[in-house]
Design a protein around this ligand. Sequence first.
Ligand code: ZN
Ligand code: ZN
Ligand code: FE
Length: 760
Amino acid sequence: MNLKQYEIEIRGLVQGVGFRPYVYKLATEMNLKGYVNNDSRGVNVFLEASVSDKDQFVKRLYVEKPDVAEIAAINVQESEMNLSTETFYIAPSKELQADVTRVSPDIAVCEKCMHDFQHQEHRVSYPFINCTHCGPRFSIIKSIPYDRPCTTMNEFKMCEICESEYTDPSDRRFHAQPVACNHCGPSYKAIWQGKEIRNYIEIVTIAREMLRKGAIVALKGTGGFNLLCDAQNEASVQKLRELKHRYLKPFAVMYESVRKVKENQVLNNKEEAVLTSWRRPIVVLKEKRKLSESINGKLNTIGVMLPYLPIHYDLFRYGGPECLVVTSANRPGEPMLVSNTQARNYLDPLIDLYIEHNRDIHNRVDDSVVRIINEESQLLRRARGYTPEPYDLTTSVEGGLAFGAEITGMFAIGREHQIILSQYIGDLTHMESVTAYKETMERLIALFRFKPEYMITDKHPQYESTRMGNEMAEKMNLPVYRVQHHHAHAVSAMVEFQLNEACLAVTWDGTGFGDDGRIWGGELLRCDRTHYERVRHLTYVPMPGGDKAAKEPWRMALSYVVSLLGKDYDLPCAFVERIGKEKIGTMKRIMASGINQTETSSAGRLFDAVSSLLGLCDINTFHAEAAMKLEHTGSIDDALEAYQINASNPWDLVPVLDGILSDINKNTATSCIAKRFHLTCAEMIAAALIKESSASGIRNVILTGGVFQNKLLTEILISRLQKEDLNVYYQTKIPCNDGGIPVGQLAAIAAYREKNKSNM
Ligand code: ZN
Ligand code: ZN
Ligand code: FE
């Protein structure tokens, strides 16, 4: 047989996920000779094989790869090294200093480890069990390459058994950096009734019992501390709300198994796949039967996740609670607690049982949130299980540091052709989140050996992120660029779908600072990565009381009616009754005075206004409450007819508002009006796109901005647009909310700098 020698480069998420042992096994099984090693770009294989064996090998590399691994590319070249090897072996890692390594996200405990958890002698009931395919990654890494001394596992010396597994290529734990067992690894410690408890079995037994009795338990998890309680115990859920100062915002829950989820929620195949994936995010599902109003109010959707740590599984066993509320241990908008000392001081006096462990969390990561829209998973909050997977570009973004927006505190760094988006940190209107944001930035800069060359911020002069960007740029004497908020949204989608040519971007959003100093959020942009033109926007209306109007939808309801239909237009009786004639009168006078009322074209405010007119929500107690209630109400109706829209100016809101108010006067069911409003929005967007597309010849359409988290609207719109000759893109991997802003900022300015290279 004619043997040849090959060099095979494998790029993608192939480190820290058991890829080398996998290659080793495959090659040995196929009787091939050569070696495999890591460098900071990925995995390399040197192979001696016949052409057909080589082809077979590459094919199997793709097909049989570990679940967590993601292969971006495999390049095969005939080698000129002329090496002779007798066997196949795993060679030491090569480090290329300047290059970028992919760091794996944290991975939920795998099935094989859960089996070892019950049977493997030195790991029976060892709650920090892990292998090359599972366990903590990003949360424990301090620097690259991903080797034990660079992680917070450095504190723990491997015992002899672990060491032998770690060094045996045929073992499941070969080079599993966090490998540990009952003899040598991290351990839990509980504080209960003033006593310290260190025996794991004792800790979970007490925890189960306490939870069943209605207690609140603090538990240190993968990326921070969580608070847990029995989801079916109203009193405990209320107690947890008081403790967190989170009075109405829905909680996410955890069930033991898919079977339990299916008993309570509607679960389609796609949802099940995401729910059970190694990433283990919270998935927003539709309830089959109501769990409890104290969890999610009257909404029919609920955030659900499955266990991702051995201790989670143990809490459900032996008659433990059937369903747990799992929430981060912090006040709303603030970052998750990660340090034992801080957590103990803050939590121990407030709760019934406190459980910590002695493995440090270096990078804080909250739970991620996913919703399936039109059979695609849409990432709403990107953190555990996703961060720090990069987004690949075709051009360089090296040196760019993008500061993002405000409520969704996140940033991004550019390394070569990759954008690394930080995890969700917190709401930057809270000081604690600003501190955590700075700390996270320092850590990711160190981890990825990043040297900032330029900064990018939002155009909003008052964002804390803008201020930080300016400050840092000044300190380091680097240039700072600004990107308009909605252009950043659009470019983030262009990155996801690798679009380089002109697009039509529907950016329906909450708030974004516009070029005219007004608040945008309902625009149609004609844009590419560096330029945009605002071709259409929703009718401007004032925001009476400025920012307050975003928190109090009734102000926007009044504003739309008064500014579009006149100050003497009859408001719905129920609205007047709820708000009070006097308050309405005062607000009308304020509106007439023109003081403190920025104008806005925000679609988010329009949804707020309609929600209030329908009596669903007059004051937001949490972000997007009014819009969520409006979506929920519309989703339970089967109305099919939109309101009349103005054919020559489809985004004219006068006929739409008129239709809604006359339906309210006719006592049409609220759910029917809510549904008709969603249908109308879809018609408005479709009509505008058809007009603009035929005028400009552009067929690529982007739907982005926080409004497209609305499943009802997005699904109606997508099916409506299927009838048209358009390529419709809506975001799945990069959040369409402000979590995606740093990606758009960075890609927009990198493209701009590339274009203007010669004159810079
Ligand atoms: Zn495992
Ligand atoms: Zn050990
Ligand atoms: Fe936004």
